[in-house]
Design a protein around this ligand. Structure first.
Ligand SMILES: *Cc1c(COP(=O)(O)O)cnc(C)c1O
Length: 348
């Protein structure tokens, strides 16, 4: 693979003690082009602007997908990846739904590992920090005909990130807008899903909420996700999460948390959860915990859920709560502190 190194590293000028999510980028990026039915020009180049024409397909029809994952350093300074092939699998599921080409394991893993080797100093040596990895694909044919693009660009950029306290999480159960619909693109990590979610989220934020809880588009009766994270509840001693469907994104954190919970002997249920059930569990004091799960923040406890006029306050998590227990265990595996009995980590 062709590697062109930067002559102006930004490493010394990056303040690793004051990282805000997704704002600083490491020195290099991986790029590849799809043309005439094949991927070409895999290379690593300095991070920087790319030149495209205004007619570039993605600007008009939004054929764009992405992934989100992290690289960690363990105590010995070894680089660990967490379930990268699951991210690739999901990227290809997204690609198929958006009528884009898939990527094979060789291309993905060689691009990813070479990039991390070149930028290994950007992976923080701390168990509270990591390198966020953003693989993405855009349609880059230069024509504005409303048909699928014939050429694509796949890139990987990375951004050092810290785990940070987000403040209270107050969620509103959304009953007007929908993030995704049955038969739509909700299960894919498509850029357009995010674009469509911004306005409803902003309305909720203007009313003092941090995010919305998405419900099914048909009747707004069943809970789907919390903002851009999957959602889990503890009712009595059972951990419950919505069953995956076409309108729910299958998070790798969700899957990992469920596997750890089962291994710890916690009762786990994947099924439909109605808003009514959550309200009732609150009323009879059986709703003990609620949290969001996703790569960016791992596991984020929910403090309050508002349904119409009803405020449901959820108790702060204690060291014995499922939330804290599962978060700690997952982070320990990701940072290579505990033995990974699941075979999730991949050492570079
Ligand atoms: C990315 C994403 C998640 C979380 O997926 P992870 O693989 O756990 O990071 C959940 N919901 C939506 C809508 C997402 O885009």
């Amino acid at each position: 693979m062709k590697i062109t190194k930067t002559t102006h590293s930004k490493l010394a000028n990056t303040d690793f003690d004051n990282l805000s999510f997704g704002k600083s980028f490491s020195d290099h990026m991986f790029t590849a082009n799809f043309k005439d039915g094949e991927w070409h020009n895999e290379e690593i180049i300095p991070y920087g602007p790319i030149s495209v024409n205004p007619s570039t397909h993605v600007f008009h029809y939004g054929q764009a997908i992405f992934e989100g994952m992290k690289a960690y350093k363990n105590k010995e300074g070894k680089i660990l990846l967490f379930r990268p092939l699951d991210n690739l699998k999901r990227l290809n599921t997204s690609a198929e739904r958006l009528c884009m080409p898939t990527i094979d394991e060789d291309l993905f893993m060689s691009g990813l590992t070479e990039l991390l080797r070149v930028d290994s100093d950007w992976i923080p040596n701390s168990d509270e920090k990591s390198l966020y990895i953003r693989p993405f694909m855009i349609a880059d044919s230069e024509y504005i005909r409303a048909t699928p693009s014939s050429s694509y660009r796949f890139m990987i950029i990375t951004s050092p990130t810290a785990s940070y306290y987000k403040g209270e999480t107050k969620l509103k159960i959304e009953e007007k807008f929908a993030r995704s619909v049955e038969g739509g693109t909700g299960f894919a990590k498509a850029a357009g899903n995010y674009a469509a979610a911004f306005a409803p989220t902003k309305h909720a934020q203007n009313d003092g909420y941090t995010q919305v809880i998405w419900t099914d588009a048909k009747n707004h009766e069943y809970i789907e996700e919390s903002g851009t994270m999957n959602i889990m509840f503890r009712i009595n001693d059972t951990l419950i999460t919505p069953k995956l469907s076409e309108s729910i994104l299958g998070g790798i954190t969700r899957d990992s948390v469920l596997a750890i919970a089962k291994q710890k002997g916690i009762d786990v249920e994947e099924r439909k959860i109605s808003v009514k059930e959550i309200v009732e569990a609150h009323k009879n004091n059986t709703l003990k915990e609620a949290f969001g799960v996703g790569t960016a923040v791992t596991l984020n406890p929910i403090d309050k859920i508002t349904f119409r006029d009803l405020d449901i306050h959820i108790e702060k998590q204690t060291p014995n709560s499922y939330g804290q227990l599962l978060k700690k265990e997952l982070l320990s595996i990701q940072y290579g502190k505990t033995e990974d009995i699941f075979g999730w980590t991949m050492e570079l």
